[in-house]
Write a protein that binds this ligand. Sequence first.
Ligand code: CTP
Length: 402
Amino acid sequence: MTLTGKKIVLGVTGSIAAYKAVELVRELTKAGASVRVVMTEAAQRFVAPLTFATLCRQAVLTDHTAWEAEMPHLGAAQEADLVLIAPATADIIAKFAHGIADDLLSTLFLACTRPVILAPAMDADMYRHPAVQDNLARLRSWGVRIIEPATGELASGVWGPGRLTECVEIVQAVAETLCPARDLSNEVVLITAGPTREPLDPVRYLSTRSSGKMGYALATEAAARGARTILVSGPSALSPPAGVECIRVETALQMREAVLDRLAEATVIIKAAAVSDYRPAHPAESKLAKCDGLLTLDLTPNPDILQEIGAHKDRRIVVGFAAETGELIPRARHKLSAKHLDLIVANDVSQKDAGFGSDNNQVILLDSTGGVEPLPLLPKREVARRILNRVVALRHTTGHSA
Ligand code: CTP
């Protein structure tokens, strides 16, 4: 792993785990990064700035030194490729989540337009408190990556979540963010996204509440990781991600045709589209006029595209989605086996702040070996990253090359 030439601002805050940030600086510099440390007042009670200054070969920024330079928060935020806060206390998490800028580090956060990674460390009950969890969820929704703390014996003697994650994992997260792995460069990933529209007449249609954000996030992430990426998209207001071939369709039948047309090339298929299960049996050629009383529509089933692919999957990895409003896991598991999938992404679309139209999603990943991985509420790009991590792992376990 190399971070050669990368500039990292490391924010160290007042936790007993501040001493572990010393090791972190060593690992980051060993990987080739240049590290600029910013310490809060409380952090300096645990570790002396001189320790970091010696290891980084550059002065540490503190609230005190801030007055000696002109706008140091802007300078440091602009020169960094990434800002990492480790350890991050409940206090700095709350400040970041609420835009409080009363010291150098919290001001720097507001001025920062680069990726931010945060590794919390605190006592277990503090970490579990809804105030901390809400603040973390808010930061995640802004794209801040949170490295969840490890569970173990804490400084208080209590056992629980709150230990600063191991240095190697933090350095790995930094590397993944700054130099995304090209681990899908042998794959052709075909993704479907958005809703379908089934015409009733020339001006009306049946559709599903889907913005396409999850499928577009998957396409963006797949392309960033080196895959040749084909996005078959139902109507969506989103622009096609750079480097992705986008095929626009409207109806389920058109989506099926586009998918089958490109099936031979695809080595991974991810069906994030919310396909309409039915279409009007007799769409009118001219606008339907209003009539008195009830209007009855005849609907005919659309083909299940995913089922069709699952039946002829060969060496392809096939991932489906299950959008549910109840009995999430049993229904998703049924779809996983009925459609011969390798992985299904189950989400409860009745949940507030997640699912259709939202920038975030909270999903459970179920695989064909019985594995169940619930994910926290995350930005859709991060959900996409986790799904594609599973695709890479599946490719390794099946032993089949793409
Ligand atoms: N799907 C598909 N073609 C359809 C319907 C669904 O390819 N005609 C795919 C979706 O893209 C998704 C998965 O099948 O990946 C599950 O879709 P979902 O709507 O959750 O389930 P259905 O199989 O349609 O079952 P139901 O609507 O009864 O829950």
